[in-house]
Design a protein around this ligand. Structure first.
Ligand code: SF4
Length: 198
């Protein structure tokens, strides 16, 4: 577990990178399909390769992207193999599905914490479309809502357990209007956090 004061102290103590090193020290964690639309279920890909609007915005602001594993593939395989009539959501929303997503959440949190210890800022976790069984991001007054994706719920809980207060936001590339809102949010976040043009 690493608190805010410890993070600040670690940042002060870390050695400066060599002058030849160009890293910006700012990252976001993104769901697998933002960087690879081939991860999506049949019929759900919005582009041949990646969600370019999100990728290009991060690039323009000098923000690196850490790819999170696709929970549907981890639980059900690329083909989303499951019993006839069983939805992907129902297949993930099982004890085994939650356990697997919790494991993925621990691994992802370990990686993000390692970046924090190395002095990077983790600006956000970028999730998926509102209907995504694994990666939707929905909040209510108490935190993540039950409609959120199973993996997002487990990852968020793990980050909270570690005291890592990292904003979560879905990148809703299935709808142009919603995606524009999400890109505006991300642009404001980058500006607020001092992420600059490379
Ligand atoms: S489960 Fe998440 S990472 Fe996998 S395809 Fe759906 S939204 Fe993308």
């Amino acid at each position: 577990m690493i608190g805010a004061s410890v993070k600040r102290a670690l940042r002060r103590l870390r050695p400066l990178p060599p002058a030849s090193d160009s890293r910006g020290g700012r990252i976001v964690a993104v769901i697998e399909c933002i960087l690879n639309q081939n991860a999506r279920d049949a019929g759900a890909a919005m582009a041949p390769a990646m969600s370019w609007e999100v990728v290009s915005l991060c690039h323009a602001h000098g923000v690196g992207m850490v790819q999170l594993p696709c929970p549907e593939i981890a639980c059900l395989g690329v083909a989303r193999t499951r019993a006839p009539g069983c939805s992907i959501r129902a297949a993930l929303d099982t004890e085994a599905g939650h356990l697997r997503c919790a494991e993925l959440g621990v691994q992802a949190a370990d990686r993000l914490e390692a970046y924090l210890r190395a002095g990077c800022q983790v600006l956000a976790v970028l999730g998926g479309n509102p209907q995504s069984p694994g990666c939707a991001v929905h909040f209510d007054g108490q935190g993540l809502a039950p409609a959120a994706g199973i993996f997002m719920g487990e990852l968020h809980a793990e980050l909270q357990r570690r005291g890592l207060d990292i904003p979560l936001r879905g990148m809703r590339d299935g709808d142009r209007v919603l995606l524009a809102e999400d890109l505006q949010w991300l642009t404001r976040l980058f500006a607020d956090q001092g992420a600059t043009l490379p």
